[in-house]
Design a protein around this ligand. Structure first.
Ligand code: ADE
Length: 232
C-alpha cells in the first residue's frame, strides 16, 4: 500500500509515523508513506498558498492552484483508489472505513489548514472526506495520522499476531473483553479465575459474554446495532 499525504506541515508527521508498528510496517515494505509540502507547488514568488475569501468573511482559504498541482503530480504517476480530504465535515472515521482503506493500493490524504480549502478542490478532485470526530482541529494533520495509524495496523503482517487485529474492539461492533497479564494478584486485586483455568472453551465463552456486557454498559448505541447477535 502507498499513502501520499499533502500538507503545509510535513514535519508534523515525523514522530507519529516513524515509531512502533507503523515504523516496522514501513521498514518491512508493507506500506510506503510520503509527505509532500503543498507550498512547493505554489507558483507565487512568495510561495503563498492561501488567500482571502471571496464575498468576505474571517479566515484565509487554501488556494486551488497549489493543491491541484500537488494532486496532479501524483495522479500523473499512478491511479489512486481514493483522494481523501481530512475535514470535520466528513464521514466520521470508524473501523469499517479503516478496514476498507487498508485494502486500497494507493490513497492520498489532503490536510487543510486555516479556514479550509477552495471548494473547487473538493468538487473536482476529492473522492471522500473523513472526520475524526465532531470537533475542530487546527488542521488535518493530526486527523491524517489517526487515519494512517488505524489503517496501517490492519495491513496483513503489520501486527505480528494477526489474531490480535481481528479481536480488536469494534472489529465486530463489540468492545473488547478485559485483558490481564502477570502478576495474577496485585494488592489483593485478582485476575478472574476463569482466565487462569486453562479451559479454552470456557475462556472464549467468558470473553464473549464480557464483550457483550461491556458494550451494553459503555456503548448502548453500538449494542443496539448488535443486540440480535447477543447470546443469552
Ligand atoms: N480538520 C480539522 N478538524 C478535523 C476533524 N475533526 N477531523 C478531520 N480533519 C479535521
Amino acid at each position: 500500500m502507498r499513502i501520499d499525504i499533502l500538507t503545509l506541515f510535513p514535519q508534523m508527521f515525523d514522530g507519529p509515523l516513524s515509531e512502533s508498528i507503523i515504523r516496522r510496517a514501513r521498514e518491512a515494505g508493507l506500506v510506503k508513506i510520503y509527505t509532500h509540502d503543498i507550498r512547493q507547488f505554489s507558483t507565487d514568488k512568495h510561495k503563498r498558498v492561501d488567500d482571502y475569501q471571496f464575498g468576505g468573511g474571517a479566515g484565509m482559504v487554501m488556494m486551488v492552484e497549489p493543491i491541484a498541482a500537488a494532486i496532479e503530480s501524483l495522479t500523473a504517476e499512478r491511479h489512486y483508489d481514493q483522494i481523501i480530504y481530512m475535514s470535520p465535515d466528513g464521514q466520521t472515521l470508524n473501523q469499517k472505513t479503516a478496514n476498507t482503506l487498508s485494502l486500497c493500493e494507493n490513497i492520498i490524504l489532503l490536510c487543510g489548514h486555516y479556514k479550509g480549502i477552495d471548494q473547487r478542490v473538493r468538487d473536482h478532485y476529492i473522492t471522500s472526506e473523513i472526520s475524526i470526530g465532531d470537533y475542530v482541529l487546527t488542521g488535518g494533520e493530526l486527523a491524517a495520522c489517526v487515519v494512517v495509524d488505524s489503517v496501517v495496523r490492519l495491513i496483513p503482517g503489520a501486527i505480528s499476531d494477526e489474531e490480535s487485529a481481528l479481536s480488536d474492539t469494534f472489529q465486530d461492533d463489540l468492545l473488547a473483553a478485559p485483558i490481564y497479564t502477570r502478576p495474577a494478584e496485585f494488592r489483593g486485586w485478582r485476575v478472574p479465575d476463569i482466565l487462569l483455568s486453562g479451559h479454552e472453551a470456557n475462556i472464549e465463552k467468558w470473553r464473549e459474554e464480557q464483550a457483550y456486557e461491556r458494550t451494553r454498559l459503555l456503548r448502548p448505541d453500538l449494542y443496539a446495532k448488535i443486540k440480535g447477535k447477543a447470546k443469552e
